[in-house]
Write a protein that binds this ligand. Sequence first.
Ligand code: FES
Ligand SMILES: [Fe+2]
Length: 370
Amino acid sequence: MIVERSRTTVAAKTLPAHCYTSPEWFRRELAAIHHRMWLFGGRADELTGPGAYVQRNFGNASVILVRGDDQKVRAFHNVCRHRGTRLVNDESGQCKARFQCKYHAWTYRLDGALDKAFHMEQVDGFNAGDYPLHSVQLEEWGGLLFINFAAEPVPFAQHLAGLDQTFAHWKLGELKCVAKKSYTLQANWKLVISNYHECLHCPTAHPQLNRLSHYLAGDNVPAQPTYLGARMALKPEFQTLSLLDKPPRAPLPGLTDDEQRHVYYYAILPNLLLNAHPDYVVTFRLMPQSETRTDIVVEWLMHPDEVAKPGFDPSDAVDFWHLTNQQDWELSDLAQAGISSLGYQPGPYSNREDLLIAFDRWVLDRLGER
Ligand code: FES
Ligand SMILES: [Fe+2]
């Protein structure tokens, strides 16, 4: 099923090179976007019990997510309150009731309170209660943890903007993570989102995808302040995106017939790509490290009934997306290389790249550049 789009004349062009190559522009994006909006920080079930923690880095912001003795998950800036040393240096770990700074051994409880500050007894006016770890706002939706570095973030419900309803039938909170892969791209984070929201490259780059879902069978939701949404119809003879023609999974219980015939591609700005299939979900966590480097963690979620079946094997879906990811990441790296080259000039968008135009404008709006 090909979805027609109206004709346009050349109006919008791609962004200038500095939006992808300038450290100063990247710093402004962090300040106006990543360090102000709700960021997808990871899965709650990764924090298996009290003291389990993960470290996440978004540009120059480093955050610890940790489960407390009361089972509550909290987020803190990963910065010691003494002389600012990075407190946790592992990507994840299990801490025994206290975080201890490697430098002068100040220790913090799992709720962030400063517990011991050595050699401070004789400092008049020093009060340990004044120096807890700086906390970071945290919310959870369907087992996904979101953090916000802003002092007064927009309410999380406003950020979700009804997407919890859009995806209610997938029951994200019940799904189990069955696979996880990490990637490092030599590409600006915006190129990953732009790549995600058009399929004009699918016939050449992703023959395995185009075989199952025609590249012109996409249907976009008008761009929203906190998300970009699209879905693509599966060809009638296929049930999902898989390397197997007959994937070994039932559709998720509760999906409508219409939902079972589509794959949903949503970017919950600025760093979660949510990819909902009839029988599984894939999340992409984008963590920009610099203007030319983006770390991405991809997780595959499936229904617990499927996971419990003897001989459960998710590799048809994992390998499908791992292959597709490698194809996309190569294109993103090449796009970065070209845009960084002397000969680059902004080029014209197709009428089928409307979400990319909207995304570029959204970035410019956030930075007060339009
Ligand atoms: S910098 Fe952490 S204890 Fe001194
Ligand atoms: Fe792609």
